[in-house]
Design a protein around this ligand. Structure first.
Ligand code: FES
Length: 113
């Protein structure tokens, strides 16, 4: 499936996240404090909790339920109790609009190399 237009980049506030569903996948669309936009799997790998309802801190999002932090760049679970990564999705901005490629990737292996 090719990239899907989800919203205007200005519709997402700094340090916040919104939940979008593409191709039956729940995705957290996140804008960090620097204005960079990321897309990661929305479901925490520790429980059935929406990460987009959590807290954006730097390049991480914190699950509101038990405090695990996930990297917005790699999807890695950085703190327990979650230990499995969430997928990341490619984001492109075209003419001020956000497009997400709903093909999930797991980039953490690249970062660890
Ligand atoms: S449900 Fe997310 S850390 Fe427990």
């Amino acid at each position: 499936m090719s990239a899907v237009k989800v919203c205007a980049a200005t519709e997402v506030e700094l340090s916040s996240a919104v939940r979008v569903v593409i191709d039956n996948q729940a995705i957290a669309l996140v804008k960090d404090s620097a204005g960079e936009i990321f897309a990661i799997g929305d479901t925490c790998t520790h429980g059935d909790v929406s990460l987009s309802e959590g807290f954006v801190e730097g390049e991480t999002i914190e699950c509101w339920a038990h405090g695990s932090h996930f990297s917005l760049r790699t999807g890695l679970a950085l703190t327990l109790p979650a230990y499995e990564p969430v997928p990341v999705f490619t984001v492109t901005i075209v003419d001020g609009n956000v497009y997400i490629d709903p093909t999930p990737r797991y980039d953490y292996e690249r970062e660890e190399a």
